[in-house]
Design a protein around this ligand. Structure first.
Ligand code: G6P
Length: 372
């Protein structure tokens, strides 16, 4: 009913709008007054966490994209090697696991069969499993050694939005907590990152306030056959997620690429007026990546692409090459996915609506897939 949707036309729109609160709720009670993390729920003891020599993340769909982003944060803050694998692929290749491997299973529903089977397999090998989950008491957390709930509240729309952002926050918390427990980084760096994270919900709020031009742009693309997405570093999984959303909702061909791979194939797809969404890394910090993306945008535009850049406020270098510019607030590099994903959600939702599709219940899809 309309009341359930809180005045929005679709649950998806409501859930997109709920993201600032959802992100804040994921952090709630987990940062202590001294600015450190207290994750009592992670019932894997600090000595055990100090023994971990490998982190393996398993998930499906959008949760898998959260896992791909988590790898950057986990390796950065802990210096522990981290692998990310589709849960459906993981078990069947006889993965190398033992008591020192920490397996993180990410699942909104906590019922995805592939993820459940992957975690069962990991526990049989003696690995500890930490679930990142949105659904209290669901199967995946019940069968795990520990769980960090995302507290996004119920997600009704099939295409995941607020669950994804909160999975990212939970992943950052795990990365920082592991770093804190293991003392890998100077406490100052961890504390600064925790502080950045605690402010991020305001940035998500600000992105939401500037989405009207994104909707207008989406409507003009309703008759396109394909949309490509490019990203680098943490922007690469964001590109994958943008493409997935478009497939799920708009039933369009959409693909995400690592921008550095353009010249190894995808650039052959560029023809007149093909929309290409580019997630542009911050010009600060790792500016090498920024400069490379800017030349990618130039390359594809020279071949006729219609370039849509998602770039940080104040990034002027992209302006001459972007046919459409979507601004996101300045954030630390690792946290950019929390703001850069939001326009892609809005974009897919609006395109789906413009194409007359059912936004909350896309054809052929289920909210949670409980068969292998
Ligand atoms: C289904 C949903 C996706 C979701 C995936 C994993 O395919 O349609 O939105 O990302 O399952 O679900 P989970 O509940 O494990 O996060």
């Amino acid at each position: 009913s309309a009341a359930e949707k809180g005045g929005y036309d679709y649950f998806m729109l409501k859930e997109i709008a709920e993201q600032p609160k959802a992100v804040a709720d994921t952090l709630l009670g987990r940062i202590d007054p001294s600015g450190s993390l207290t994750l009592d729920e992670v019932r894997i003891s600090p000595p055990e966490l100090r023994e971990v020599d490998k982190v393996v993340i398993v998930a499906c769909g959008t949760a898998f994209h959260a896992g791909l982003i988590a790898k950057y944060a986990i390796e950065h803050f802990t210096r522990i090697p981290c692998e990310v694998e589709l849960a459906s692929e993981f078990r069947y290749r006889d993965p190398i696991l033992d008591g020192r491997s920490l397996v993180i299973a990410i699942s909104q529903s906590g019922e995805t069969m592939d993820t459940l089977m992957a975690l069962r397999h990991a526990r049989e090998q003696g690995s500890k499993v930490l679930a990142i989950c949105n659904t209290n008491g669901s199967t995946i957390p019940r069968e795990s050694d520990a769980v960090l709930y995302t507290h996004a509240g119920p997600e009704v729309a099939v295409a995941s939005t607020k669950a994804f952002l909160t999975q990212l926050v939970a992943c950052y918390l795990v990365a920082l907590y592991l770093g804190q427990v293991r003392g890998t980084k100077w406490g100052d760096e961890i504390q600064a990152a925790i502080k950045d994270l605690s402010r991020i919900s305001e940035d998500v709020e600000r992105v939401l306030e500037t989405m009207e031009p994104v909707r207008a742009l989406a409507r003009t693309l309703a008759t396109k056959n394909t949309v490509l997405f490019l990203g680098r570093h943490v922007g690469y999984p964001v590109a994958l997620e943008g493409a997935l959303k478009l497939k799920e909702l708009a039933y369009m061909h959409a693909e995400g690429f690592a921008a550095g791979e353009l010249k190894h194939g995808p650039i052959a797809l560029i023809e007149e007026d093909v929309p290409v969404v580019v997630v542009v890394p911050s010009p600060r910090g790792r500016s090498v990546l920024h400069d490379k993306i800017v030349s990618n945008i130039q390359e594809i535009r020279a071949r006729g692409a219609r370039t849509i850049a998602i770039a940080e406020e104040g990034d002027e270098a992209v302006v001459p090459y972007a046919d459409h510019l979507i601004r996101v607030p300045v954030t630390p590099t690792l946290l950019q996915p929390l703001v850069a994903t939001v326009p892609l959600q809005v974009f897919a939702c609006e395109l789906a609506t413009a194409r007359g599709n059912e936004v909350d219940q896309p054809r052929n899809l289920a909210k949670s897939v409980t068969v292998e």
